[in-house]
Design a binder for this molecule. Structure first.
Ligand SMILES: Nc1ncnc2c1ncn2[C@@H]1O[C@H](COP(=O)(O)OP(=O)(O)OP(=O)(O)O)[C@@H](O)[C@H]1O
Ligand SMILES: [Mg+2]
Length: 218
């Protein structure tokens, strides 16, 4: 699979000949220098960006051939994303933020399930708080609850602890791995931290848009 972005003559080859098979339920760390293509690979695997060449098959769907709308529908309920900057909706409470994916999917019990998911990340007593009333670590826990509430088969976390202090970051990763173990979802974690990567069953290293290492834990 390849990804090139921008219009000529400024067109950039970002991913070059990526060949990757991931088993459902696996935890995968994506490591690599800044600019190596980690976030771009995540964008393609998560159906946010269509590949320029090749195929991307997720849960039996060919992402390369879907329209923008088709991709949006494919993502819904299948894919959860946690980003470095938490990206919560500022005018919504923690509970409302977490309920959004379920409401988009037309689930009737969105708020009850959102409350359960918030409790699972230890925020049962913060459901009515707005993002500005929460600490960074709490905001990231809300973002994790939002990413997981629809029980997606694939979860992506792009430097989820990048904006947090070390201790809070460890708590957040403990939470993410615990929720991953409970859900059976496939988890991709993008990180610069080798210790964090080592917690994943598989570590894939990118350099200059290519996979240069692919190891499984013994
Ligand atoms: N829309 C775009 N148009 C052109 N080039 C882009 C675009 N998006 C990303 N790039 C380039 O693609 C390369 C890979 O970017 P990407 O964000 O995937 O790297 P990364 O490995 O996630 O880096 P970091 O660790 O800094 O987050 C970079 O050189 C970047 O400048
Ligand atoms: Mg990145």
């Amino acid at each position: 699979m390849t990804l090139s972005l921008g219009k000529p003559p400024a067109r950039v080859d970002i991913l070059r000949g990526i060949d990757l098979d991931v088993v459902a339920g696996e935890s995968v760390a994506l490591l690599g220098p800044s600019g190596s293509g980690k976030s771009s690979l995540m964008a393609v695997l998560a159906g946010l960006e269509r590949p320029s060449g090749g195929t991307v098959t997720v849960a039996g769907l060919d992402f390369a051939t879907l329209s923008e709308d088709g991709l949006a529908v494919a993502r819904r309920g299948r894919i959860g994303i946690v980003l470095q900057a938490f990206h919560l909706l500022p005018t919504m409470t923690a509970l409302e933020n977490v309920a959004v994916p379920l409401e988009l999917a037309g689930e009737p019990d969105a708020f009850a399930r959102a409350a359960t998911e918030l409790a699972a990340v230890g925020l049962a007593d913060r459901t009515g708080h707005y993002p500005t009333q929460l600490s960074g670590g709490e905001q990231q826990r809300v973002a994790i609850a939002r990413a997981l509430v629809a029980r997606p088969a694939l979860v992506f976390a792009d430097e989820p602890t990048g904006n947090l202090d070390t201790a809070t970051g460890v708590t957040i990763m403990d939470m993410l791995f615990a929720r991953h173990a409970a859900s059976g979802a496939t988890l991709f974690v993008i990180t610069h931290d080798p210790a964090l990567a080592a917690r994943c069953a598989r570590v894939i290293e990118l350099a200059d848009g290519r996979i240069v290492a692919d190891r499984r834990a013994a």
